[in-house]
Design a protein around this ligand. Structure first.
Ligand code: GMT
Length: 371
């Protein structure tokens, strides 16, 4: 198939899933055309059958807000025509789904261009429920030829919040288990906690610092914080106030997270909301044990006490207690890390998940046209 993929090409989870999906599909023989405003960060430039088409937005003085959605729709339509695309697959509903709707309408009568919308989380749970975006988000999801959601929890929320009637296929996040592997040797230095995110409010990054401070009362350990975003300075300030700043390392954005993760023992994911928790899955594939919150779709990934731990949002005492148990009980740590790897391998590796997207594509291409 010839597939156009649109996503946020940045460090958010939806962009990572879209990019890795494109690369996996290309490896399976499909031709993939990324249509985005920048080259997706995890895209391997030399990958065969992968193409990149930049969306350029002119910024005339009259435009207080440059109309990216329109530039994207125009680009989608022309690339679909020039490259003979079979379908568009957009990741994160806002505004990509609405642009795809416009592109499909532009080509109506000339060629069929179905579009699939994959819902990732904050497009539904935060941004989509903002009154300014609600009607267009609902409309463009309902108009999609196919809709997928990265967890059952997100599917239910989409139905509850938006009342959409069309089927939503749950296709969980995935991980390349050949790339994300367990370390062969124990890492050097002190026991290490790791957090990976875009440091937005929903991630509760300061909880990571509080957990470190509590654990450090018993075990000499350190915290690595990968990524960056608006709440980094709050985390840095708290680390200083709690006297643990010498034990927290801010690493900034990382391009090869698969090399970083195996150097940790525990992955902290204290989010207020998480539709799936891709970072936890990547950690589990590396045998790094997740201590996360019991929110959204995270329980679809982590089984409490079996391959990680789930605690309540904001309960840093319980999360710290779990980390301490992992760091001080070697037998427990060993059991959990192998179980985490097994979960990633048996339920969420690419060979299990990518065919599900292919099935969605085929069903839509074989079905009756819309729009
Ligand atoms: O919140 C983020 O980390 C970014 C966000 C996105 O859409 O870019 O991530 C969402 O999509 C990820 C990939 O599907 C999921 O694993 C994350 O759980 C989800 N984030 C939230 O729901 C907060």
């Amino acid at each position: 198939m010839r597939i156009g993929i649109t996503c946020y090409p940045t460090y958010g989870g939806s962009g990572i899933v879209a990019t890795e999906l494109g690369m996996e599909l290309a490896a399976r023989g499909h031709e993939i055309h990324f249509i985005t405003y920048a080259n997706p960060i995890r895209l391997d430039p030399g990958t065969p059958r992968i193409y990149y088409h930049e969306v350029e937005v002119s910024n005339y003085p009259l435009f207080q807000y440059p109309p990216y959605d329109l530039a994207l729709a125009s680009r989608m339509a022309e690339i679909a025509e020039w490259q003979d695309l079979d379908l568009l697959h957009v990741h994160y509903a806002i505004p990509h789904s609405a642009s795809a709707y416009m592109a499909r309408a532009m080509l109506a009568g000339k060629r069929r261009l179905p579009y699939i919308t994959t819902l990732h989380g904050t497009d539904i749970t935060l941004v989509g429920t903002d009154r300014a975006y609600f009607p267009i988000t609902k409309f463009s999801i309902e108009q999609s030829d196919g809709v997928t959601s990265i967890s059952e929890n997100l599917r239910q929320q989409t139905v509850e919040v938006f009342g959409v009637q069309n089927p939503i296929h749950v296709v969980h996040n995935f991980v390349n288990c050949d790339l994300y592997r367990m370390a062969k040797e124990p890492h050097e230095g002190r026991p290490r906690l790791l957090h990976i995110s875009n440091f937005r409010e929903v991630k509760r990054v300061t909880d990571c610092v509080q957990i470190l401070e509590r654990v450090r009362k018993h075990v000499d350990c350190e915290l690595w914080m990968a990524g960056d975003g608006p709440d980094q300075s709050a985390a840095e300030r708290l680390a200083f106030e709690l006297g643990v700043h010498d034990h927290v390392k801010f690493l900034g954005k990382q391009n090869h997270i698969e090399k970083l993760i195996p150097q940790a023992d525990v992955l902290l994911l204290p989010s207020r909301m998480e539709s799936f928790g891709l970072a936890a899955l990547e950690a589990m594939a590396c045998g790094v044990i997740p201590v996360a919150t019991r929110v959204g779709g995270v329980p679809e990934l982590i089984t409490h006490g079996q391959d990680g731990y789930l605690e309540e949002v904001g309960d840093v005492a319980s999360q710290a207690k779990r980390v301490l148990e992992i760091l001080t009980d070697g037998a427990l740590r060993n059991r959990l890390r192998w179980a985490a790897r097994e979960t990633a391998e048996t339920r969420f590796c690419t060979s299990k998940i990518i065919p599900r997207y292919e099935t969605v594509y085929r069903t839509i291409l074989d079905g009756a046209p819309r729009g």
